[in-house]
Design a binder for this molecule. Structure first.
Ligand code: ADP
Ligand code: MG
Length: 340
């Protein structure tokens, strides 16, 4: 049994999210908390952390703030082939981060299993790493988010008559039952870091956290211009960008830029395209006269994944040459593709 099959071993017993390690991986006995039992009194200083604690620690890397949780959830929706993704935020993400998609959904086993450590459907063997075209594959996001928030998952596959509801609070499964649900998945993350006060206190002002959420929404909505997106905050619509699955990527992107950043870009975006033997690049760049004083509207995507890169920004600025006033930053959305 491969280590990556952990979702198959995932123990569906409520109140225990820990038993997702293959038995043969640990020769010592594993007790109910996933802690390796002390073999010798007075010697056993080295312990295996219970998964609930390990997930809580891992959450520090995966989820720094509401925006990072939102990113993970939306990326999962995109990986699930959604044509439409809704992101609902309550109180700058401290009360609610909910993502609703119309993607492939999950069956009852995966609906519970996806909260396990290293639970992923995207990677089975090390060779897969060279072929991966999805946004996630480490299987850490949901385990981490579930460890530090109150999560409600509702999901249904098209072929199933009923859906599944799973509630995980602080890494503990509180509820797991069949339920009525539309095709696709809804994950509501409430009270992020409610059980990790140090992290909660580390969050910035609501305005700052919401700014990060908007930026995250913008780059996700740009990266998949044919997918429809909706962002709401405390029940009010912030952005609604339509499904554009009938458009070619470039046309969809051009419209998406205007939907997100305003009419001012209408008719002012220049397509760029370049293909070499090892990479291809395409996208849109804005005119020098609409360049701004901040980096806020500059987007690079490498194999569909948003990256911030000063050197790439400099390279673009250099290409504008004299046309660009110093200290100003033109709009661009550039997609670089290289063999994974
Ligand atoms: P990763 O994305 O790295 O695989 P995650 O913890 O983000 O890990 O998700 C675990 C698994 O749960 C995914 O591999 C996928 O099979 C399933 N999953 C998560 N979100 C969704 C979703 N919105 N729709 C369908 N399946 C999902
Ligand atoms: Mg993921």
């Amino acid at each position: 049994m491969s280590h990556f099959d952990s979702r198959d071993d995932f123990d569906p017993t409520p109140h225990d999210t820990s038993a997702d390690e293959p038995a043969e991986a640990t020769p010592a006995e594993v007790d109910g908390d996933g802690v390796v039992a002390d073999e010798q009194e007075g010697d056993g200083l080295v312990r295996t952390l219970p998964d609930t604690l390990a997930n809580k620690i891992a959450a520090g890397e995966v989820v720094q703030r509401p925006a990072s949780a939102a990113k993970e959830l939306v990326e999962n929706a995109l990986d699930a082939g959604a044509t439409s993704v809704e992101l609902h935020i309550g109180r700058a993400g401290s009360d609610l981060i909910q993502v609703v998609d119309d993607g492939c959904g999950m069956g009852p086993r995966d609906a519970l299993g996806c909260f396990g450590r290293h639970a992923t459907s995207k990677l089975r063997a090390i060779e897969d790493l060279e072929r991966l075209h999805t946004l996630g594959f480490r299987g850490e996001a949901l385990a981490s988010i579930g460890a530090v928030a109150q999560v409600e998952l509702k999901t249904k596959r098209r072929q199933d008559a009923t859906g599944t509801l799973v509630r995980v609070h602080g890494g503990t499964v509180e509820e797991n039952r069949p339920c009525a649900a539309p095709d696709g998945t809804s994950i509501a993350v409430r009270h992020l870091f409610y059980n990790v006060p140090a992290r909660r206190n580390f969050l910035k002002s609501a305005a700052t956290e919401f700014k990060h959420l908007v930026e995250t929404f913008q780059f996700l909505a740009l990266s998949h211009p044919r997918v429809g997106f909706l962002l709401t905050h405390d029940g009010a619509e912030v952005y609604r960008t339509p499904v554009q699955s009938d458009l070619a990527f470039d046309d969809a992107l051009r419209r998406r830029v205007v939907q997100l950043f305003g009419e001012k870009y209408e008719g002012h975006l220049t397509p760029v395209e370049e293909t070499t033997s090892y990479l291809s690049m395409r996208g849109l760049v804005g005119p020098p006269h609409l360049a701004r004083r901040t980096h806020g509207e500059q987007f690079f995507f490498v194999n569909g994944r948003y990256v911030k890169s000063r050197s790439l920004s400099h390279a673009v600025a250099a290409a504008y040459g004299e046309a660009l006033a110093s200290g100003t930053f033109p709009f661009f959305a550039l997609f670089l593709d290289v063999d994974p």
